[in-house]
Write a protein that binds this ligand. Structure first.
Ligand SMILES: Nc1nc2c(c(=O)[nH]1)N[C@H]1C(S)=C(S)[C@@H](COP(=O)(O)O)O[C@H]1N2
Ligand SMILES: [Mo]
Length: 174
């Protein structure tokens, strides 16, 4: 066949390939599911806490300086309360009292930070680590919210993970 008769066929094939590729592009545009996913520990399946479920939990405040040193009042729910609401066991109820468990916090941009589970357990910790949704009475900006971990008294903000998507409780392995 001559290249001239092939041209329309090639066009149709290119068109078909482009159309078939369209659904593959769609997931990239789908927004992340709302709320926060909790997994690990004793949970057989991940549990997603919706914004409505999170809004029902008892609220607390944490005052700490922001990245620019300005004193801010964050409010939200203690991470320990989030775990309890998801049915995740903390500390004493886990094997070896959960002393070798840690929490992996993951964000929308792939950023991650870990806490020892004991740091977040009210039986051990003397401070409250928050899953905050407000700063100085306002919802968090889109770059930080809807949920940001707020650690009260750490000098750097590296573990104040913005745009939190999931919390996973992991048992360290020897
Ligand atoms: N999702 C996400 N959270 C994050 C980071 C990040 O890169 N991604 N950087 C951390 C670091 S190192 C710091 S200092 C603070 C910076 O917060 P700010 O940009 O709101 O001042 O966010 C922390 N939380
Ligand atoms: Mo940082």
């Amino acid at each position: 066949m001559s290249p001239v008769t092939l041209a329309p066929a090639r066009f149709l094939i290119t068109l078909a390939v482009c159309l078939l590729a369209l659904p593959g592009l769609a997931p990239a545009q789908t927004p992340a599911p709302a709320g926060v996913e909790v997994s690990g520990a004793n949970l057989a399946q991940p549990v997603r806490l919706s914004p409505a479920a999170l809004a029902k939990l008892p609220r607390q405040q944490v005052v700490r300086p922001d990245h620019d040193g300005k004193k801010r009042t964050y409010s939200g729910v203690a991470l320990s309360a989030v775990f309890t609401a998801a049915g995740a066991k903390l500390g004493a109820d886990l094997p070896r009292k959960g002393m070798a468990h840690y929490v992996l916090v993951s964000a929308a941009d792939g950023y991650q930070a870990v806490f020892a589970l004991a740091e977040l357990s009210p039986d051990f910790a003397t401070r409250t680590v928050l899953l905050a949704d407000r700063c100085d009475g306002q919802p968090l900006p889109a770059t930080a919210g809807p949920y940001q971990v707020i650690v009260p008294d750490e000098k750097k903000m590296g573990r104040c993970v913005r745009q939190v998507q999931s919390l996973r409780i992991v048992a360290a392995r020897p």
